[in-house]
Write a protein that binds this ligand. Sequence first.
Ligand SMILES: O=P(O)(O)OC[C@H]1O[C@H](OP(=O)(O)OP(=O)(O)O)[C@H](O)[C@@H]1O
Ligand SMILES: O=C(O)c1cc(=O)[nH]c(=O)[nH]1
Ligand SMILES: [Mg+2]
Length: 193
Amino acid sequence: MTDDDILAEFRGSEALLEGHFKLSSGLHSGHYLQCARVLMNAERAGRLARALVQKIPREVRQEIDVVVSPAMGGLIIGHEMGRALELDALFLERPDGEFQLRRGFRLEPGAKVLMVEDVVTTGLSSREAIAAVRREGGNIVAEVSLVDRSGGQADLGVPFYPLIELNFPSYEEGELPKELAAKPVTKPGSRAA
Ligand SMILES: O=P(O)(O)OC[C@H]1O[C@H](OP(=O)(O)OP(=O)(O)O)[C@H](O)[C@@H]1O
Ligand SMILES: O=C(O)c1cc(=O)[nH]c(=O)[nH]1
Ligand SMILES: [Mg+2]
């Protein structure tokens, strides 16, 4: 899949939004990738997951024991990556603010984990999820995401293979351009404010 093909999937599912958004990190942006809309079609979700598998070098792919993704955004793409790799897919959730495995999910000690996200902006959520997997006894082999919107700047501390790299500007609360500040803000994600 080329970058144009991938962007066409986002545009075609009305997942590439423009407006004023407060992101998970607290930064503001005039763009938002609503991955849930891209993933609402199971056929399309599977197609994107298979393309994402191709981004992982073969020798890394062969090492992976299990897929882990942070809910909510990582859940569907994590499940589809599990299907594409023929591996189990677990998810992390943070009912009390810190990611953890629940629902009887557990990692074998030293299990080699592929972390799967929908979007990476600052990489904060990914680093928190990676720390949680290590607390649960797993070793992170690599992370993949549908979108790296940091333009390659996010440092996750592990090898990182996004399906597409984009570079949408994001701004600190006190540094919003006038046109952005004039628009009503929405916070689409589920991290507690
Ligand atoms: O790289 P970052 O700056 O951390 O931003 C990206 C994170 O933000 C979104 O999740 P969010 O916290 O909005 O919650 P959700 O997945 O439950 O929607 C997205 O799913 C990533 O997890
Ligand atoms: O940084 C985020 O919270 C974020 C950005 C984006 O474009 N899409 C998304 O789901 N989350
Ligand atoms: Mg998320």
